[in-house]
Design a protein around this ligand. Structure first.
Ligand code: SAM
Length: 234
């Protein structure tokens, strides 16, 4: 049975997707998608031999070898230079690792229309990279499963239209932190997450104040962030 987290990730793939699942582990996601959509095809990428073998076993067990190809390699290195892959999923890792995988594999992205990222932490890193590279966040979700909260970020390649940027620097930074879509459509889980982050950050700030060598830049940044969270929780 697929986790609710990966089911939600899969809901952002279009019908007939040809996608890569990078860091696929058991290849549960691509197998689930291909079992439910006979027109879908996927590449499951894994850097580690153990999960690579698990992925191959799952694909064989479901007799999906003709539609799910398992490849061993680091990040987007498993994709051909000019790939027909249209969507990329990177789920279940830290945001900075996701960012590194995308940055190192940038040259493989020319035909990729959609990136679906599910960072476990450091979501802001991923959003910042997407913004810098010309992707627009078109959908987001925040879910809770087994006591963990997960964010899912869906980004599409920007068209040729050159939108005038209506944002102030501060608005932009807030959207990177909270997520532009999550911020406009706050759910109960969003409030739970940011109530908990508020407490954590307030504790860090009071500990910093007690310490003798105060880093005032960092303190200022944290206090700014704390005030943004306070605003959004109102
Ligand atoms: N994507 C699955 C999910 O969301 O449930 C699996 C997540 S699992 C925690 C992370 C997987 O990513 C591991 O199987 C690990 O071997 C793989 N991984 C880590 N770094 C990677 C990289 N640079 N390239 C490909 N796979 C990687």
């Amino acid at each position: 049975k697929l986790s609710e987290r990966l089911k939600k990730v899969s809901s952002f793939l279009p019908e007939g997707a040809y996608f890569a699942d990078i860091g696929s582990d058991h290849a549960y996601l691509p197998c689930y998608v291909c079992l439910h959509d006979r027109t879908a095809k996927a590449i499951a990428g894994e850097v580690n031999e153990g999960p690579f073998n698990s992925a191959k076993s799952t694909v064989e067990a479901y007799q999906l070898s003709n539609r799910v190809e398992v490849r061993l390699g680091n990040g987007l290195e498993v994709l051909d230079d000019i790939t027909d892959i249209r969507q990329i999923v990177i789920a279940g890792m830290g945001g900075s690792l996701i960012k590194t995988i995308l940055e190192e594999g940038k040259s493989k992205l020319s035909n990729v229309q959609r990136i679906i990222a599910q960072p476990n932490v450091d979501e802001r890193n991923v959003r910042r990279w997407l913004l810098k590279e010309g992707y627009i966040v078109t959908n987001e979700a925040i879910i809770e499963e087994n006591g963990h909260r997960y964010e899912i970020i869906v980004a599409d390649k920007k068209g040729t239209q050159n939108l005038i940027d209506p944002y102030t620097e501060e608005q932009l930074e807030k959207e990177l932190l909270f997520g532009p879509i999550l911020l406009r459509n706050k759910t109960a889980i969003f409030y739970e997450k940011w109530q908990s982050e508020y407490k954590k950050l307030a504790r860090v700030i009071s500990q910093m104040k007690e310490a003798s060598n105060i880093n005032s830049d960092k303190m200022e940044r944290f206090e700014k962030e704390l005030s943004w969270i306070r605003e959004e929780l109102q």
